[in-house]
Design a protein around this ligand. Structure first.
Ligand SMILES: Nc1ncnc2c1ncn2[C@@H]1O[C@H](COP(=O)(O)OP(=O)(O)OP(=O)(O)O)[C@@H](O)[C@H]1O
Ligand SMILES: [Mg+2]
Length: 249
């Protein structure tokens, strides 16, 4: 079963080609981490795969029912409270009004938000809290596919781990598949079943590696050893921390 199938994808911004011949599959119940140097096209790929942008060529076939997205920038509605922001996604998903308060409370608790935070406006929340509202907003609609674009970068280490565990648990229940973009190979190896590497210039997925064991069942040492081996010995991961010269110029 396939949750997401991307074939021969090509995308160009104003004629400048960013993605070429990208093939990527995410199985049902699978979390695939996508890594690659800054500027290689990861965010572009997530936007195109989620249907927010139209590819120049290629196909995206979605086998899931409902997706949600969590991006590095929480992009909350400034005029709505935290509860209002989460509720807005429920309204768009046509969840009956009477069910919304319970769904908001449940999603907020899952994202480690205090009930008191729900009445606050984005401007009154810290960066990490805003990010957790974005996470709660995505979870509240009970998606079966999640696009993550470096979602936990703004969080401190403890909270980041808690949010990773939340993803791992939600996925282990068999309800969730996802594409998880991250710069952090340790995070990738902790959360994902498989890690795919996007070419430095977006010219296809260079390869992928299955991380042994199930997410959540891997010990800290196993994850760290896998990362050390990947970075130390596996040519596939050699360039993932390169910085794209186009961004420095
Ligand atoms: N709206 C846009 N218009 C024109 N070019 C863009 C636009 N967004 C991104 N690009 C370019 O497309 C390329 C890929 O960008 P993208 O944001 O997908 O990279 P990324 O892999 O997500 O990088 P990072 O790891 O830094 O988030 C970059 O060269 C970037 O400058
Ligand atoms: Mg990006």
């Amino acid at each position: 079963m396939t949750a997401l199938q991307i074939t021969g994808l090509e995308y160009a911004y104003l004629g400048r080609s960013v993605l070429k011949r990208v093939d990527l599959t995410v199985g049902t119940g699978e979390i695939v981490a996508l890594v690659g140097p800054s500027g290689c096209g990861k965010s572009t790929l997530a936007h195109v795969a989620a249907g927010l942008m139209t590819p120049k060529s290629g196909h995206v076939v979605a086998g899931y029912h409902r997706h949600a997205m969590i991006f590095q920038d929480p992009a909350l509605l400034p005029w709505a409270t935290a509860a209002g922001n989460i509720g807005f996604s429920l309204r768009l998903a046509r969840v009956p009004r009477a069910e919304r308060p319970a769904r908001i409370a449940q999603a907020a608790a899952a994202a480690a938000l205090e009930p008191g935070d729900l009445a606050k406006y984005p401007v009154e929340l810290s960066g990490g809290m805003r990010q957790r509202v974005a996470i709660a907003r995505a979870l509240a609609v009970r998606p079966d596919f999640l696009f993550f674009d470096e979602p936990f970068t703004a969080l401190d280490v403890a909270l980041r781990r808690r949010m990773q565990d939340l993803v791992i648990e939600t996925c282990a229940s068999g309800r969730l598949s996802g594409l998880f973009i991250t710069h952090d190979l340790f995070e990738a190896a902790r959360i994902a079943h498989r890690v795919a590497v996007l070419d430095t210039h977006g010219a296809g997925v260079r390869g992928h590696r299955v991380v042994p064991g199930a997410p959540g069942a891997r010990s800290e040492t196993m994850v760290q050893d896998w990362v050390n081996a990947a970075l130390g010995r596996d040519p596939l991961f050699r360039h993932i921390h390169d910085v794209d010269e186009r961004q420095i110029a």
